[in-house]
Write a protein that binds this ligand. Structure first.
Ligand SMILES: [Zn+2]
Ligand SMILES: [Zn+2]
Length: 262
């Protein structure tokens, strides 16, 4: 193709692709013309229930009410975390409330197998860490593992995909995929109402492979935190059996009601 610039050819190919293979926003149905996100239009994605400060600097829950009339800090613990701070999980960073387009994204990734979404979601998580973590540099970044039959069924671990993007964008080393394992299957925590049953469901479900986390700061990665029980149990195992010095977690989305009181 003499006389045609590379750029002209690229834009022609893109236009042809857009014409032959139109893509639409999975939320509002609007036509998407660029491949920037590929799943949601810019206005739907910007309109996600992103968590912004002021927020709890333990569990990552946003503070919805304004406190007092004067100066209010951006990061301070919520009432639950003041009363009953988690003994194992030092801090949770969460990008969005698990609702609207944020829950659409999680479901598309996990059940719709749109694995490319992990890069978009992981990027949001990296942004949350950069904003809220005051330069946290974990020694290890560990995705919450799936039980092996679940992994075979799904073909991928969404948390591992998210961890890869977070690690790459934050300049951490590659995620540790073998240090923590799920040694027995569990039911979905969100489907269990009784707190004791929920604790029993995940109790003893995880194990560390060796002493690689001894004295280390570990950053757990998961797609969603609903009750917090799974992350709590992972953190318990990392600290009790693995002798980790600190355990943090970053999730794409979290529910904001009934974290500890359900
Ligand atoms: Zn849209
Ligand atoms: Zn809190």
């Amino acid at each position: 193709m003499a006389g045609v610039s590379r750029e002209a050819l690229d834009s022609w190919v893109l236009a042809l692709k857009n014409w032959l293979l139109p893509i639409y926003c999975k939320r509002c149905g609007d036509r998407l013309l660029t491949e920037e996100n590929g799943f949601f239009c810019a206005s739907c994605w910007a309109g996600a229930p992103w968590i912004e400060p002021p927020l709890c600097d333990r569990c990552g829950r946003p503070h919805f009410e304004m406190v007092g009339l004067g100066y209010a800090p951006e990061y301070y613990p919520c009432a639950d975390c003041r009363e009953r701070p988690s003994p194992y999980l030092d801090r949770v960073f969460a990008s969005a409330v698990y609702d609207e387009v944020a829950s659409d994204a999680v479901k598309l990734l996990k059940f719709g197998r749109r694995v490319k979404l992990a890069a978009v979601m992981g990027s949001a998580m990296a942004g949350t860490l950069r904003r809220d973590s005051a330069g946290l540099r974990p020694d290890a970044i560990v995705p919450v593992p799936l039980y092996r039959t679940r992994y075979r069924e799904r073909g991928f671990n969404q948390s591992a995909l998210l961890a890869e993007t977070v690690a790459a964008e934050c300049g951490f080393g590659p995620p540790d995929m073998t240090g923590l394992a799920r040694i027995r299957p569990t039911r979905a925590q969100s489907g269990i109402r009784d707190p004791r049953e929920r604790r029993d469901n995940v109790r003893g479900a995880f194990a560390v492979a060796d002493d690689r986390f001894r004295g280390k700061a570990v950053l757990l990665v998961d797609d969603v935190m609903t009750t917090g029980g799974t992350l709590e149990e992972c953190a318990r195992v990392l600290k009790r059996a693995g002798r980790a010095a600190a355990v943090y977690a970053v999730v794409f989305a979290r529910t904001v009601k009934g974290i500890k009181d359900q």
